[in-house]
Design a protein around this ligand. Sequence first.
Ligand SMILES: Cc1cc2nc3c(=O)[nH]c(=O)nc-3n(C[C@H](O)[C@H](O)[C@H](O)COP(=O)(O)OP(=O)(O)OC[C@H]3O[C@@H](n4cnc5c(N)ncnc54)[C@H](O)[C@@H]3O)c2cc1C
Length: 265
Amino acid sequence: MPDIRIVVCMKVTPKPEEVGVDYSTNLLDRANARSEINPPDMNALELALSLKDIHGGRVDILSMGPPFFEPFLRVGLAMGAERIFLLSDPAFGGADTLATTYTLARGIDHIGGVDLVLCGEESSDGATGQVPPGLAEWLSWNQITLVDRIVLDKDKHLINGRREVPGGVEVLQTSLPAVVSVKTASNEPRFMNYRIKERVFSEDLVTIWGESDIEVEKTMIGLTGSPTMVSGLAQAPSRERRQEYLTGTVEQITQGLVALLNELV
Ligand SMILES: Cc1cc2nc3c(=O)[nH]c(=O)nc-3n(C[C@H](O)[C@H](O)[C@H](O)COP(=O)(O)OP(=O)(O)OC[C@H]3O[C@@H](n4cnc5c(N)ncnc54)[C@H](O)[C@@H]3O)c2cc1C
């Protein structure tokens, strides 16, 4: 079998601890938040690069988002990815998960010859976890979710994905092409390789595609292609912690504690 071609879907997200909510628009307020590569996507990239270490082939990065994503994604080039494909166009803006997965799937078609798509488990902002299964649906490919390891059988063109379940592990086998989501923190993403660090600055290794570059139905992308809307946002009431100090002898404290626990059950 020829070398395997892997695409890793990566998103740039605001640091969760720095994001607020604008209740007048029901949108996230990212104005004061710094950005980073969605941390689980680094686990997906590491898994892809480790497969390349063993079997050869190539690993590319695919993302849909505004132009400011590009410098963040470039780190992947110094880790060992071959190329970045960024789908960036105002027409893609306002996309929900349906339109996002449709657009990413058309991007994968446009790249061509892809055997395996790896995604993070979920994003740290939207956090729906819908993108990997949605992609598999649009592409009509097999899928395995939440794996922490992949064993590739290049000759048979299939993979075994391992995932932890309560009380054990499952090993799921599927033929390629397939979409796989990778469990957060399932590996230690490698550091940049200093021997290839200048790749980070290479103009040739980044391809930016807009609406007219990939074959998309105008009605299926961006806000027009997004049936979901955020109709309201509310803050969950924070639960008051009850504090009570028990005093007295050990016996009195114990009886008091038992009485309090009885109140709870
Ligand atoms: C009505 C509506 C309007 C929206 N408008 C906007 C908007 O204008 N701008 C905006 O940024 N977001 C917008 N969003 C959010 C957008 O839909 C999500 O960011 C996107 O669909 C990904 O979903 P998620 O974050 O839940 O990803 P998840 O499904 O939780 O992510 C799982 C994995 O999928 C991959 N992935 C997810 N998103 C991308 C991506 N964009 N590129 C590459 N890989 C990806 C990553 O590997 C990630 O780890 C909107 C959402 C709604 C409901």
